[in-house]
Every structure is written in structure tokens, then in C-alpha cells.
Design a binder for this molecule. Structure first.
Ligand code: NAP
Length: 290
């Protein structure tokens, strides 16, 4: 088994982005500027947003972090989104999810201007991705594609099983893996909570991508010998041996599966860093979409 090292691959991608930013600076162009909006006090969300801001520093982008209290109304958040849409200094922005229950996430996503939607969640961007047109592709699936590409994983003609059908991971992932592209050209099966013969389908996958948020759900009997396993899940599970009292756990039983597969992503250090690097790539691309 070889580890698919998302941390190292993301670092290489960020180096490439930093080199492009240096070129832009040398030519007197505008430095990409990402804004991140965080509503409320969710610990996980705070960590993700802080990591995104740190990544901006690493690649030489400008960044703005806007922190709003939990009780921010939907109307106030939508007004901020409109302000960011019309702010020429900001090239792209994200509104970290999940949002508090009183705010309609879909409404917020649909209010973000597609050109500035560097998370790639807007219906127009999802539609353009479906058609293979240039667009912001959802950062996590796009990061996984980049991880496969930079690690020379052959995908053409393979059976790819995607577990989970969310709009931000599973569904776009299944489209990207089935497209006529490299990586891509897979025969894709998507499974979800209503799938009845999950074990058999997963065990027939050459490439198994799991995004369900159920710690260690995928066990060795669900994995084909020599499969490539991509674990998207990140769930905090209690762990008294850690000072902070928890550890991040993936959707795959890593220890049980690692000797059966050819490649596997660790959690943490696999898909997570690629998601952030991919967000940086989208922000850089946003400059030329004007
Ligand atoms: P989500 O919106 O909660 O969707 C979960 C999907 O998993 C749903 O489609 C659900 O099926 C399916 N599912 C749930 N239980 C299942 C089961 N027992 N068998 C088969 N399918 C099942 O989750 P998400 O946003 O896609 O995130 C999934 C995981 O990835 C979470 O742990 C999240 O934290 C993590 N994540 C990580 C990154 C990263 O950068 N590392 C980025 C995004 C998400 P139904 O549709 O039938 O309910």
C-alpha cells in the first residue's frame, strides 16, 4: 500500500500557485483576494476557515476574514454577500457551512455571484461543470481529481464507486470521474443510504471514494484487493488520550483496509489539504474570469 499524501501534493500545488502570484506581482497585476465569512462559533468551522486564511498567506494572496455572531439574521448575511459581490477588491469569497439553522444555506449559495463562488456550490457553476465548461469546480471533488492526477493514478476504464450523494462532494465527484477527461473516463456507480447491496458494490470498485461522515464505515470486506481508496470523511470522535479530547476520523477503517488497497488517503492529511489548495486554485482562476 502507498499513502496518497494529500499534504505533500497540496504543498506542490500551492507552490505552483505561489509562483503564478509572483509573476502577477512582478507584472504589476492585481493580487488575488479571498474573503471568508464565518457565522457563529462552531470549533470545526473556525479551524477550517483559519486554515484557508493561512493558505492565502502561503500562496501570497490577500485575504479578509469576516466573523459574524451566531444570531446574525439571514437578511444581514444576504446583504453582506451582495456587498462582497459588488466589491472589486474581492475576487472570490466563501461562506463557511454549516450555517446556523435560522439561515437558509441554499438562499445564501444562490446569492453569491457565480464568478466569485470559489467553493463552486452555485447552481450555475454546478451546471457548467456538468457540461464540461470552464467554471469553479467544487473544491473537494476538484482536489481529489488533482490528487489522482499528480500521483499518476490511472482512472480510464476503471470502475469508480462513490459513496455519498451530497451536492458538494458525492454528486460532483461522480460527474467528474465519469467525464471524458484525465482523470476521468471511469464507469461510475454512486451509492447512498438507500442502497441495498452496498458491500458487493463497494467490493467491486477499482477506485472507491467515500464521503458519508460515518467514522470507519468502510471495512476490509468492502474493499477489492489493490483498490485505490479515497477517504473524504472527517468526523471528530472522542479521544481521551488527546489533550483536546477528540481526534479526526475518516469514513474508512484505515488500519483494517490499508494492507488490501494499492493507495489510500490518510485522515487527516489526505483530502482536507487538497480541498484548501483547490480553493486557492479557484481563487486564482477567478481573476481571469472577469
Ligand atoms: P452529507 O451532506 O451529510 O452527505 C452524506 C451522504 O452520505 C448522503 O448522501 C447520505 O445518503 C450518505 N450516507 C449517509 N449514511 C450512509 C450510509 N450508511 N450508507 C451509504 N450512504 C450513506 O455529507 P458531505 O458534506 O458530503 O460530507 C461527508 C463527509 O465528508 C463528512 O464527514 C464531512 O465532514 C467530510 N468532508 C470533508 C471534506 C474535506 O475537505 N476533507 C470536505 C467536505 C466534506 P442520503 O443522501 O441517502 O442521506
Amino acid at each position: 500500500m502507498e499513502l496518497l499524501d494529500g499534504k505533500a501534493t497540496a504543498e506542490a500545488l500551492k507552490q505552483d500557485i505561489a509562483a503564478k502570484v509572483d509573476e502577477i506581482k512582478a507584472a504589476g497585476g492585481k493580487v488575488p483576494h479571498l474573503a471568508a465569512v464565518l457565522v457563529g462559533n462552531d470549533g470545526g468551522s473556525k479551524t477550517y476557515v483559519n486554515n484557508k486564511v493561512l493558505a492565502c498567506e502561503r500562496v501570497g494572496f490577500d485575504s479578509t476574514l469576516i466573523e459574524l455572531p451566531e444570531e446574525t439574521s439571514e437578511e444581514e448575511l444576504l446583504a453582506l454577500v451582495e456587498k462582497l459581490n459588488n466589491d472589486d477588491k474581492i475576487d472570490g469569497f466563501i461562506v463557511q457551512v454549516p450555517l446556523p439553522d435560522h439561515i437558509d444555506e441554499d438562499k445564501v449559495t444562490q446569492t453569491i455571484h457565480p464568478r466569485k463562488d470559489v467553493d463552486g456550490f452555485h447552481p450555475e457553476n454546478l451546471g457548467r461543470m456538468m457540461l464540461g465548461l470552464p467554471t469553479h469546480i467544487s473544491a473537494t471533488p476538484n482536489g481529489i481529481v488533482e490528487l489522482l492526477k499528480r500521483n499518476n493514478i490511472e482512472t480510464s476504464g476503471k470502475h469508480c464507486v462513490v459513496v455519498g450523494r451530497s451536492n458538494i462532494v458525492g454528486t460532483p465527484m461522480s460527474i467528474l470521474m465519469s467525464r471524458n477527461a484525465n482523470p476521468g473516463n471511469c464507469t461510475v456507480t454512486m451509492v447512498h443510504s438507500r442502497t441495498t447491496n452496498m458491500k458487493e458494490i463497494c467490493a467491486s470498485a477499482d477506485i472507491l471514494i467515500v464521503a458519508i461522515g460515518k467514522p470507519e464505515f468502510v471495512t476490509a470486506d468492502m474493499v477489492k484487493q489493490g483498490a485505490v481508496v479515497i477517504d473524504v470523511g472527517t468526523t471528530r470522535v472522542p479521544d481521551d488520550s488527546r489533550e483536546r479530547g477528540w481526534r479526526l476520523t475518516g469514513d474508512v477503517d484505515f488500519d483494517g483496509v490499508k494492507d488490501k488497497c494499492s493507495y489510500i488517503t490518510p485522515v487527516p492529511g489526505g483530502v482536507g489539504p487538497m480541498t484548501i489548495a483547490s480553493l486557492m486554485q479557484n481563487t486564482l482562476n477567478a481573476i481571469s474570469m472577469k
